[in-house]
Design a protein around this ligand. Structure first.
Ligand code: ADP
Ligand code: ASP
Ligand code: MG
Length: 409
């Protein structure tokens, strides 16, 4: 019988220096005594930003294909460095880039989606007793061009590899001890969750908690990959991301997330007639811009105002489109506002506990924080507020629903 298979992913801080890479090699070596190991690595901390900046220094909007070649190099370096560090410890290992193990993606550069993985080469390495070290974040499209999977994409590489190889577990090693009730950098007394459901984690990730990339959680849920988020700086047990369990609804709120990367667009005096929303949002969608919250006010005099949010990086493109449509349909002016934040409260227990939204509004009102937009789903409530109140809002909402605990980091 072959040894159990584990995929371990090490994030940027975990491989951020020569010493950190040596520590990761020590961990991989220890695990490899009793497991077959696939180690997925991110670029060294700060490297992806540095590379992006280089490309943008030459062109504000660098050619997507070439930009991906530049940023993917960060993970190429760490995969080989970890392999070298393992060799130095006498551990057999081999590095692989995305294209070498055929991580096939679509051609949406900088946010590509994985279509398929050919794990044969990985198994050849594993079966001959080597650790497979894989460069995270990157793949290859049908034109043999290098693609990248979006910020935080190494998480997705790891979970997708765990699914493709039917690994026994996928461990995400990072710089905090697990998934916390909110970002421990903002609320130091946030507490670590022992377990969290895929659905709650999906919401937290999509609402801004950067600890896992949302697509990695989607993969984990779809292929039932047991996910363990833990620290590479100590041996503490982390957080298990698991299918929903019967008692999970007993806790009303699992966590609080925030997102400062959105911007708001308001279009005034839109003629109030059928088909107008489609006219505005179809060209935005065609540009691949994801619209998040939408509010349409009650119309007066046959006109209405419309406000919606888009990723901040896309706001200029979205505004240009909206202004064109406005001219076409005889609407008023359109303007954007960048200094907003979305703060969200997430929990399976909201399904059965009434009054969570009201308690959120009361908590924010006590601090004098104005709510600009609201959206709810079965297991979350999100509000858009002025960005300058983000930390305050996260802290008071955390304390209202999750109380105070021990120091996290
Ligand atoms: P890595 O480089 O290992 O992928 P990331 O920076 O992508 O690490 O993710 C870890 C960071 O996510 C933490 O340092 C923390 O600041 C942030 N974070 C945000 N929300 C949460 C949360 N609910 N629980 C834990 N960490 C969170
Ligand atoms: N290096 C990439 C990033 O910084 C991918 C990752 O770390 O997961 O977004
Ligand atoms: Mg990350």
């Amino acid at each position: 019988m072959s040894l159990p298979l584990v995929v371990q992913k090490y994030g940027g801080t975990s491989v951020g220096s020569v010493e950190r890479i040596q520590e990761v090699a020590r961990r991989v070596e220890e695990c490899a005594r009793t497991h077959r190991v696939v180690a997925v690595v991110s670029a060294m901390a700060g490297e992806t930003d540095r590379l992006l900046k280089l490309a943008r220094a030459l062109a504000p909007d660098p050619t997507p294909r070439e930009s991906d070649v530049v940023v993917a190099s960060g993970e190429q370096v760490t995969s080989a460095l970890l392999s070298i560090a393992l060799h130095a410890r006498g551990v057999a290992a081999q590095s692989f880039l995305g294209h070498q193990i055929r991580i096939h993606t679509d051609s949406a550069h900088s946010r590509a989606r994985i279509r398929s993985i050919d794990s044969e080469r990985l198994f050849t390495a594993l079966d001959s007793g080597r650790v497979a070290v894989v460069a995270g974040f990157q793949g290859v499209d049908e034109h043999e061009s290098i693609t990248t999977l979006g910020r935080g994409g190494s998480d997705t590489t790891a979970v997708a590899l765990a699914a493709a190889t039917k690994a026994d577990a996928c461990e995400i090693y990072t710089d905090v001890d697990g998934v916390y009730t909110t970002d421990p950098r903002i609320v130091p007394h946030a507490h670590k969750l022992e377990r969290i459901s895929y659905d709650e984690m999906l919401e937290l990730a999509s609402l801004g908690a950067k600890v896992l990339q949302i697509r990695s959680v989607e993969f984990a849920k779809r292929y039932s990959v047991p996910l363990h988020v833990r620290s590479s700086f100590n041996g503490h047990p982390g957080t298990w991301v698991v299918p929903e369990e019967s008692n999970m609804e007993e806790v009303t709120v699992a966590g609080v997330a925030y997102d400062r990367d959105q911007a708001k667009i308001t279009l005034t005096a839109v003629p109030d007639r059928p088909g107008l929303a489609a006219k505005i949002f179809s060209p935005i969608a065609a540009r691949g811009i994801v619209v998040d919250m939408i509010i349409q006010n009650v119309g007066a005099d046959g006109k209405t105002d419309m406000t919606f949010t888009v990723p901040r990086l896309e706001v200029d493109n979205a505004l240009r489109i909206v202004r064109e449509v406005a001219r076409e349909v005889g609407a008023g002016d359109a303007r954007s506002e960048g200094d907003i934040a979305k703060v969200s409260v997430v929990g399976l227990g909201m399904r059965s506990h009434a009054g969570v939204a009201a308690q959120i509004f009361e908590t924010l009102a006590r601090e004098g924080i104005n709510i600009q937009m609201i959206s709810t789903s079965e297991i979350k409530v999100s509000v858009v507020i002025d960005a300058k109140y983000t930390e305050l809002a996260v802290r008071v909402l955390h304390d209202a629903f999750l109380g105070k605990g021990e120091e996290a980091v």
